[in-house]
Design a protein around this ligand. Structure first.
Ligand code: GTP
Ligand code: SPV
Ligand code: MN
Length: 590
């Protein structure tokens, strides 16, 4: 095939020779071509066309039951040396990985079409943006990438004769879980994903490129790729402050990014503007501030729990031109349903595995939608999308927020003393695992900066890079930690969360402006109960006090856990973090 870029030409030709597709189709991004692909997917049963009056342009897709989430155990960083991947990643020597994968890809696309998807992460032509070429034998992947990224001829035009792009080769092959590999080769700007057809494993622009490869690129080029939402908080005076927040998978990024302020705040004029819900690329601007873009063009959001009360903006985003994956098919009106959408599950439905789902199954507790079922919705559908969404320069950050899902220990919110303490706070993040990855759910694990599954290189180097970015940015944002998930002894959430999280963001922004109070504790600055605006909320200052307590015993145990986690990195752990841990321990023992 002919392309202006010789690198693209070589990549396509070599992949065709390896995978032996019957034909090759270049995705030009035209609506006519995408419409034809949708029709084809409907004809083969790959997608179900939903009620076009209620859900125009919407489709449903089911993946195989063995293929419903990211597979961290089968995700590899493939480099020359193990040390580059570090102690927290699965590693394969890169030449061995190529040799092993070639056997699996050999002839994998026989009888199929190979689609060539040129895509841009970030607005086409923005100085922050990067280009990828994904080759895939899945129409579902093409149609999802068309929502999640900017695709087509305009991207090839932007690339021109350059060879500066990320190669991504995906084949669903036989969707054989035993031969499933998600391999990143950060030294070669290459991704190889095989034997899966699910979201994060196969939409290569997302986690594989925009986090694993991009974090490695950022390390070398002096910028950062983070698992963060980006939001603008507009205050009553019309000024908008920007916050980036890193929470692990299925821990509330989409929800926070699209938050609707509580009535009392809305009345005063507070508004939230969504820039991104999953990934941020961050650079130092000429003015010494950190600027962030969202490299994506859509939302691949968790469906269960999304409803008109918890997240009306996300729900509204899914009402047209959306692909649903592994939700429940409501046969009563050919629409979709999931747990937590409303209290009226359809009586006549098909569950995410394709089985009949009615009152009997519901009574037995069979789930209609998979807990990690998702919607792929265009960003432009979002009613609160920020006017800065396409800004090629990004938005300036006033605060960086880390947060996890922790029943105990972490208070509702606290502020780091300074940048390096903030890096420490991010590095010690811990969270209960969720259905977003295959494996046990609800197990507390360390997930630094919510990047444990996504850091494309040695995490000790990643920490050092964070420390260094703080020296490069003269006007550093303040760093905070939040926890919406603290529970009482019966396991009930102590904090209402969702829209009410604005009350915490409000304190955070007032702290960055120097207009809110706090007390210094062993772990950092914690608000006094009276510093959080509880207007209109049925909560007492005593309830808030409970959420803000720093339990020394629990924190001493945590310090022990941090010590064990840090031990993995040996001498490579930056001294700045070791010093912060010593300081935490000495504060706790005072
Ligand atoms: P990924 O797309 O996997 O990276 O996840 P995410 O961080 O965007 O997660 P999302 O916002 O989709 O949240 C997923 C889960 O967290 C859902 O079950 C929500 O109901 C729950 N959740 C989100 N915000 C809150 C909150 O403030 N309080 C409580 N209790 N639950 C929340
Ligand atoms: C996550 O798991 O953090 C996601 C979904 O955002 S996926 O794209 O599958 O990784
Ligand atoms: Mn995510």
């Amino acid at each position: 095939m002919q392309f202006l870029s010789k690198g693209v030409e070589k990549f396509v030709d070599e992949s065709v020779e390896l995978c032996q597709p019957d034909k090759v189709v270049v995705i030009d991004g035209s609506e006519a071509q995408l419409a034809a692909l949708r029709e084809e997917a409907v004809a083969t049963g790959e997608m179900i066309k939903l009620n076009q009056e209620l859900l125009p342009g919407c489709y449903l897709h089911r993946t195989l039951p063995n293929d419903v989430a990211r597979v961290e155990g089968r995700t590899f960083i493939c480099t020359e040396k193990k040390e580059t991947a570090g102690p927290t990643n699965n590693w394969m020597q890169k030449d061995e990985a190529y040799a092993m994968l070639k056997e699996i890809y050999k002839g994998a696309m026989k009888g199929r079409t190979m689609y060539v998807i040129p895509y841009s992460m970030g607005a086409v032509g923005s100085p922050f943006s990067k280009i990828g070429i994904e080759l895939t034998d899945s129409i579902y992947v093409v149609l999802n990438m068309a929502i999640m990224t900017r695709i087509g001829q305009r991207v090839l035009d932007q690339l021109g004769t350059s060879d500066d792009f990320v190669r991504g080769l995906h084949s669903k092959a036989e969707v054989d879980a035993d031969k499933r590999y998600i391999c990143q080769f950060p030294e070669d700007n290459t991704i190889m994903s095989v034997n899966s057809a699910y979201g994060g494993n196969v939409l290569l622009g997302k986690k594989c490129f925009a986090l694993r490869i991009a974090s490695y690129q950022g390390w070398h080029e002096g910028w950062m790729a983070e698992h963060m939402l980006i939001l603008g908080l507009e205050k009553p005076n019309g000024e908008t402050k920007y916050i980036a927040a890193a929470f692990p998978s299925a821990c509330g990024k989409t929800n926070l990014a699209m938050l609707i302020p509580p009535e009392e705040f809305a009345k005063k004029g507070y508004k939230i503007h969504t820039v991104g819900d999953d990934i941020a690329w961050i650079r130092v601007g000429a003015d010494g501030r950190l600027y962030a873009i969202n490299p994506e063009n859509g939302f691949f959001g968790v469906a269960p729990g999304t409803n008109n009360k918890s997240n009306p903006n996300a729900l509204a985003s899914t009402r047209k031109n959306t692909i649903f994956t592994n939700v429940c098919h409501n046969l009563e009106n050919n629409t979709v349903w999931w747990e937590g959408l409303d209290k009226n599950p359809p009586k006549n439905a098909i569950d995410w595995q394709g089985n009949p789902w009615g009152e009997k199954e519901q009574a037995e507790g069979v789930k209609g939608a998979h807990p990690n079922s998702r919607f792929t919705a265009p960003a432009i559908n979002c009613p609160c999308l920020s006017s800065e969404f396409e800004n090629p320069q990004g938005v300036p950050l006033d605060a960086i927020v880390f947060g996890g899902r922790r029943a105990k220990t972490a208070p509702l919110v606290y502020e780091a003393r300074d940048w390096n303490h903030g890096v420490f706070v991010g590095s010690i993040m811990a969270s209960e695992t969720t259905a977003a990855a295959s494996g046990a759910v609800g197990v507390v694990r360390r997930d630094p900066m919510a990047m444990l599954p996504f850091c494309g290189y040695n995490m000790a180097e990643y920490f050092a890079h964070w420390v260094e970015m703080g020296t490069k940015a003269e006007k550093r944002p303040k760093i905070f930690n939040v926890n919406w998930f603290r529970t009482d002894d019966e396991g009930h959430f102590l904090w209402p969360g969702f829209g009410d999280n604005l009350r915490v963001l409000d304190w955070i922004i007032r702290r960055t402006e120097g207009t809110a109070e706090a007390v210094e504790t062993a772990i950092g600055y914690v608000p006094n109960p009276a510093d959080i605006n509880l207007e209109g909320l049925d909560m007492t200052e005593a309830d808030i006090a409970e959420l803000l307590t720093v339990d020394k015993e629990l924190w001493l145990q945590d310090a022990q856990g941090i010590e064990e986690f840090y031990a993995k990195f040996g001498e490579q752990l930056p001294k700045e973090l070791r010093d912060e841990l010593d300081r935490l321990k000495s504060n706790l023992n005072k």
